[in-house]
Design a protein. Structure first.
Length: 145
């Protein structure tokens, strides 16, 4: 009797587990089917330039550029590159759904620089405008000045 009860419990468990994992679209149960992203992502920045003003040589200075996906598809940043090794970008790597915002942090190491500096950051994405450039500027004063 006890063996029969154990077999019945195991058999019932197998049936429940195997049926709950079957999401056949032809069965009419459409609630768990993922629809592919066919919309277009649109990237828009709140500002495209940042001026640090006057800074002293040797400082690491940084700023954030905020961007929004104002399109109807997921936004994916594929890569971010800078015009100089002294400038380091940090950005969100996860896809942004329509309406969501992300940040691009740009850090500029002013060591070895003097005078007005202008650096660009190039953003490559799947957006309708696949390449966007933002710019930072600063007037760097060396300790010799």
């Amino acid at each position: 009797m006890r063996t029969g009860l154990i077999i019945l419990v195991i058999f019932s468990s197998v049936i429940i587990v195997s049926c709950s994992g079957n999401k056949n679209p032809k069965s009419g149960n459409q609630e768990n089917i993922e629809v592919p992203d066919t919309g277009e992502a649109i990237i828009s920045f709140s500002e495209y330039e940042h001026d640090f003003g006057i800074v002293e040589a040797g400082e690491n200075i940084g700023c954030f550029f905020t961007y929004t996906n104002s399109g109807s598809g997921n936004l994916i940043i594929n890569s971010v590159s800078t015009s100089c090794g002294c400038t380091v970008p940090k950005y969100d790597k996860k896809p942004l759904a329509p309406g969501e915002s992300g940040t691009l942090e740009v850090i500029f190491n002013t060591s070895g620089y003097d005078g007005v500096q202008s650096k660009t950051v190039t953003i490559h994405s799947n957006a309708s405008t696949p390449v966007v450039i933002v710019k930072i500027t600063a007037e760097v004063l060396s300790s010799r000045s």
